[in-house]
Design a binder for this molecule. Structure first.
Ligand code: G4P
Length: 526
């Protein structure tokens, strides 16, 4: 198969949802349909159960699972499908945001009874910022839930998506009879706990066909006809270009646990979802079909075994062919590296590969050379854009609790920050280290991992801060005045950028008013 065919047959995406909507179940069913796993239950949920905040074994278990399920690849209908896993717990939302920089599209799972939930809103907002094409799967149709039309309105309002149903449910809960596939006009019948097979689908070219009444009963058939008319009246014809531009989101209904509606979703997905898209760097746009290899690191995973301190850096290939044992340029360090055991992931199996194509994710063993956002090329100076750090909202001063281990603490903190676990700031006047995170769980994770992986002990002291934001201005005199006036609230991030530590929302607002010429940034990419 040629290079271009390899690119065109790749579908790299993430499934996102509020915890419990059914992301793990849907992932597993997609892998079953794709033949990547043979039995249900093979994909473990990577969520940290409620109440497990102080349960460190649970954190380790979760980390173990997220290595194994970081990327799940399989072939389906000659397509190479790469599913990128995202953590379920909201404290790890930043990991999810970064993973979203490495995908070409997403599937959002929504629980039919709960509708649009908080975490779904946040994640879809990030997708919309990037115009990532979004497909929606409304799950748990075997349970009573919201009226499908109302739910579609809710999705449009809360998520700001323009929707277009491509399948439509017949009943729900106990009366759930199946889904009518509006995309290719097929009716799939539901049998609870039955495996949906191809035989379940019957082709109905015309909804007026009396076969439909025989299959689902007169009343259901009548309702479906009316609703299908309504949908075709209300929603414009589905255009793939609008979906690819992130302007329209196709919606599917089903029940992941019962394998129902999943095949419809997958069949349509491989057909219409985008192949690897161009990537943006500070210097220029990178097209996937360029002959030279480029890629960037979007995730770093520390080894679970503390005796082997190496880490796995996950690289998204943006252009060219990545080859084993070939020299590549690590742009930030200005050094060449070659990788003897690049790893790909087929479901839970890891294997060493000889080459990989745009859209693929390779795991590179690393002894501490990579940071999130690093670029690999065949020599060109490129810096990928769109991998921001988000402004943290929880802060603690971090102190060394074991004077004999200060080197270990510094090394551990540095490496954990490179992994993107949290952000480290150095206070301007006191020189104290402040850790900022988006979730409370990270503080426990840092303390635990410092101890177990670096034999270092740290102590936290609360820092009553509200938000850290990056500041810039074109006028050096104003920056100087700002630094003097706000000396007690100034810090530097790991790149040496100026950071203002606001103590309250009032403090932030009044400082913004006091310095109208200063720009306040809430993500570190500007
Ligand atoms: P998540 O990854 O989005 O957090 O959700 P997950 O797939 O773990 O699913 C959350 C719960 O919802 C699970 O039940 C799962 O079995 C259930 N579920 C998923 N799809 C469907 C569906 O189509 N219909 C119904 N009725 N339930 C569904 P649990 O009791 O929390 O876990 P488990 O003990 O079943 O694993």
């Amino acid at each position: 198969m040629g290079f271009i065919e390899e690119i065109n047959r790749r579908r790299t995406f993430a499934i996102i949802s509020h915890p419990d909507a059914g992301k793990t179940t849907l992932t597993e069913k997609l892998l079953l349909f794709g033949g990547a796993i043979q039995t249900a239950g093979a994909v473990k949920s990577n969520k940290i159960k409620r109440g497990a905040t102080s349960d460190f074994m649970e954190i380790e278990r979760q980390r173990g699972i997220s290595v194994a399920t970081s990327v799940m690849g399989f072939e389906y209908k000659d397509m190479q499908v790469n599913i990128l896993d995202t953590p379920g717990h909201q404290d790890f939302a930043e990991d999810t945001y970064r993973t979203l920089t490495a995908v070409d599209s997403v599937i959002v799972v929504i629980d039919v009874a709960k509708g649009v939930e908080a975490q779904t809103e946040k994640l879809v907002k990030v997708c919309r910022m990037r115009d990532t094409p979004v497909m929606v799967f409304i799950n748990k149709m075997d349970r009573e839930g919201k009226d499908p039309f109302e739910l579609l309105d809710e999705i449009e309002q809360k998520l700001g998506l323009t929707v277009r149903p491509l399948s439509w449910p017949v009943g729900m809960g106990k009366n759930f009879r199946g889904v009518y596939n509006l995309f290719d006009q097929k009716m799939a019948l539901f049998t609870a706990h039955g495996k949906q097979s191809i035989d379940d689908t019957v082709l109905i070219q015309d909804l007026a066909d009396s076969k439909l009444d025989d299959m689902i009963g007169d009343d259901n058939a009548e309702t479906l006809r009316e609703e299908a008319d309504l949908i075709n009246g209300v929603y414009p014809e589905f255009e793939r270009e609008d979906y690819l531009a992130g302007m329209v989101s196709p919606v599917f209904f089903g029940s992941a646990i019962n394998n129902f509606g999943v095949r419809e979703l997958l069949d349509c997905f491989v057909q219409i979802a985008p192949s690897p898209q161009p990537a943006h760097t500070e210097e220029r746009e990178i097209k996937p079909d360029e002959s030279k290899f480029t890629g960037f690191v979007f995730k770093i995973h520390a080894n679970m075994d503390p005796n082997h301190r190496n880490r796995l850096a996950f690289v998204r290939i943006c252009s060219g062919i990545f080859e084993r044992n070939k020299n590549y340029r690590h742009v930030r360090l200005g050094k060449n590296f070659k990788f003897s055991s690049p790893t790909t992931f087929m479901a839970s199996k890891k294997s060493i590969i000889e080459e990989a194509y745009p859209g693929d994710i390779v795991g590179l063993y690393d002894t501490g050379n990579f940071k999130i956002g690093d670029t690999l090329t065949e020599g060109e100076q490129l810096h990928f854009k769109g991998i921001p750090s988000f402004s943290p909202e929880l802060f603690q001063y971090v102190e060394n609790a074991d004077p004999m281990k200060s080197k270990q603490l510094a090394k551990g903190l540095n490496q954990l920050m490179d992994e993107g676990v949290a952000q480290l700031f150095i206070h301007q006047t006191s020189g104290r280290k402040i850790i900022g995170t988006v979730g409370a769980l990270q503080f426990d994770v840092i303390q635990y991992r410092l101890k177990h992986e670096y034999s270092a002990t740290c102590r936290y002291e609360s820092a009553s801060l509200y938000k850290a934001c990056w500041i810039t201005t074109d006028d050096p005199a104003i920056l100087k005045a700002f630094r003097i006036r706000k000396a007690k609230n100034m810090a530097k991030d790991k790149h040496g950028h100026d950071v203002f530590l606001a103590t309250s929302s009032w403090d932030l607002n009044s400082t913004q008013e006091l310095f109208p010429e200063v720009k306040f940034h809430f993500t570190s990419e500007f």
